[in-house]
Every structure is written in C-alpha cells, then in structure tokens.
Design a protein around this ligand. Sequence first.
Ligand code: NAD
Length: 430
Amino acid sequence: MTTATAPAKPVTKRNNGNNGKHVDFFRIVDQQFQIAADHMKLDPEIQLMLRFPYRELVVQIPVRMDDGRLEMFHGYRVHHNAVRGPYKGGLRFHHEVDLNEVRSLAALMTWKTAIVDVPFGGAKGGVTCDPRSLSRRELQSLSRGFMRKIDMALGVYRDIPAPDVGTNGQVMAWMMDEYGKKHGYTPAIVTGKPVNLGGSLGREEATGRGVMVITREACKSYGVELNGARVAVQGFGNVGSWASRLIAQEGAKIVAVSDVNGGISCEAGLDMTKLGEHVASTGTVMDFAGSTKITNDELLSLNVDVLIPAALGGAITKDNVGDIKAKLIVEAANSPVTPAADEALRSRDVIVVPDILANGGGVTVSYFEWVQNLQQFNWTHQRVNEELEAKMVTAFGSVHERSVTGKTSLRIASYVEALDKVAKATELRV
Ligand code: NAD
C-alpha cells in the first residue's frame, strides 16, 4: 500500500465523442476542486489535506481463463477521504480503467457523500478488463480474486464497495461470499447486492431515480416544463435505463437513447416498457422497432430540452460542445463534461447539474442498505423511495440556494457545499 503525494501520470484515453483524445480525469476533478476552494477562500492547509487521496492500493489478479491460459489483471482501490465516515465507492470493470481515473472517481465520492449528507467518505476501485468478453466462470474468478487482494483495505466500518460500470449485483454477491469465507457472514461489506442476499429494495434503480428527482427539481428551478419535455439519454445501462424510464413516467418524451453500439431516436418518444423488453432480449438498444438509427455524436447534438449523459466520462468536450443544443444537462455519469466544455456551456447559459449532485442517489440508497444490514431490519420499497426523494430534494435545494446567493454555477455551488462539510469535519478532528 502506498500513500499518494501527487497525481501519477494520466493514461486514460476515451472515445465518447472526443475522437479518442486523452482525458486526464483526476486533473478535471482537481481543477474543479481548486476553483471552488479559491471561491470559498478555503484554508490552504485544509486544501492540502483534502486534495489528494489518502491511500492507493494497486493489485495484480491472476485468473485461469477457460482456454487454460493464465491471465494477469490489474486492479485498484483508492481511499480518498474518510473524515466523515467509512470509505465508500463503486468498483468499475472496464478496459480503460486506470489509476488516474479511479483516483478521480474516489475524489468525486468524497464530495458526493457530503452533498447528499450520508456519513461516508470517498473511495473507488476498478479492474482493467472487458467484462463482456469474459465467461461467467472467468468473471466470478476475477471478482473473487480481486476481493481477496483488496480484503485488507475493506471493513464494514472501514471501506464498503458497491457496483459501478461493468459490475452488478451478481459481482457484489460473489465478493460478499468471498469476504465471508475469511471473516464470517458480513452482508454490510458491500452494497448493491441482490435483494435475496441482503440487498435493499430500490437500490438497483436508486441512481436513476435520484437523477429523475434532480432533473425534476432542476426543471422547476430553471423554467423547463418536464411534462412533455424532449429528453435524450446517452448510455442505457443501470443508470441511463432507470433514469429514462422514471423521467418518462413524469411525462417527458425520451426522444433518443444510446449504448456502446450506437443510438436510436423516435420523435414521438420511445416506449420505455417495450424498449426495456427489447434490451433484455437483445442486449442493446439498436434495431428497436419504430426507431431511427443515430450515432452517439448525433444524440449529443439533438435539439432537446434535457440531455442526460449516463455512460462514461469525457463525453462532452471542447470539440463537440458547440453542437450541444440542450437547455439543461444533467450529469448522470461521472465527469461527462470536461472543464473547457463546462465553461463554454456556462457562457451560453446552458444549465449543467454536476455529477456529484445528480448521481448521488446510488450512494444514498447504498447507505440505506448498509444501515439495514447492520440493523438486520429491512425497509419497505416505499420507505426507501421516500427517504431517497427527501435526501435528493434537500441536496438540490441547498446547492441551488448556494448558487443563487453566491451567483455561481451549480457545479461550483456543489463543490462549495461539499468542501464546507468535509473541511468542518477535518477541523474538528485535527
Ligand atoms: P453500466 O455498465 O450499467 O452502463 C453503462 C452504459 O454506457 C451501457 O449502456 C454501455 O453500453 C454504455 N456505454 C459505454 N460506452 C459508451 C460509449 N462510448 N458511448 C455511449 N454509451 C456507452 O454502468 P452504470 O452503472 O449505468 O454507470 C453509468 C455511469 O453512471 C458511470 O459514469 C458511473 O460511474 C455513473 N454512476 C453509476 C452509479 C451506479 O449506482 N451504478 C452511481 C453513480 C454514478
């Protein structure tokens, strides 16, 4: 285990609309941190304590593949900050995962848990792999092997992982089982588990539900009528599919969605029930009956009221920001808008609801799951949804008020809200 003193050299490349150009994700988050810290005149010593991750663990995971080969995978778990509670953050399985990206996502978790006001700090993990190319046996072997390698960094009151891109309830189930072999039955060691294994009702849809609540609140605050609004969603995995479905239930028209294979559009609005069935049977949104094929770039530039990037980071950059026509962008994904694009959108009065506010619903219900596991007492689905709704409405209200009184963007207001809470907790401990 090493303690970080400065960010390592960035290596992440991404092709989410930026033509494969390099994206330095930690630098993006660090820049946003710095802007907010300067804005609120945060004590320089506190800045130093909050800026970099506390601890970074890099592991190698050998997996015997189905064809008999031994393959070595690289995995990461970054602890950013735990002054407000145990480290908390998802595990990403994706071929572009690297330490720089995991570090940036860990920092975002520190700010996110503070904004939605759950008693956790920030962490993130990941394995560089393409989970879609792995058999079920290989994926299970990788998940269990990764759990064994990061075991010493985890604990019910130390660090609690959850699913992210490329991982799901099944991966969490294997990880919980692997941890239990050494430590005994410990359901609270991971969240996002299947309900049959101690997962919470409402966790699977929680991030998408939170995105819906935040979209609804932002529409109210910025004069966009959600009922009948045209909405485009990039990414149709856990977050994008649930957000689309729940926003459609609010009366909006989902006119386009996409996944890694490309996008589809329908002027009259896509039928979310039928699209869900289509994706369940084919594994992609493509070739959905009654829709027109579009590219991911075309989706981003559609003439819509609300644009929801819900795939990966670096989707909207200085190169494609000029094509964006949406009035409101809700960042369901982490870091989908780069700082240069953010600045350009701000100069055009496009409202951007930042990731650390918009997608905090997942960690909020992860907190509810952890609480239920510790108390061995299950909540109803209705209670989970009501408590999530209350947390998200409060978080949006506080950030929006800060942005109005401080005359700042929602992004700066969100960082100020988070830094204020984490800085106060830090001061009380030192
Ligand atoms: P997922 O793996 O379930 O889905 C990802 C989706 O993005 C898939 O539909 C995939 O096909 C699509 N995609 C991948 N590359 C793409 C590309 N280049 N262009 C267009 N689409 C592409 O992941 P998820 O859990 O839905 O996470 C999506 C985003 O939300 C991530 O940024 C993640 O960090 C963030 N997030 C997730 C959670 C959670 O609870 N799952 C919580 C907070 C934030």
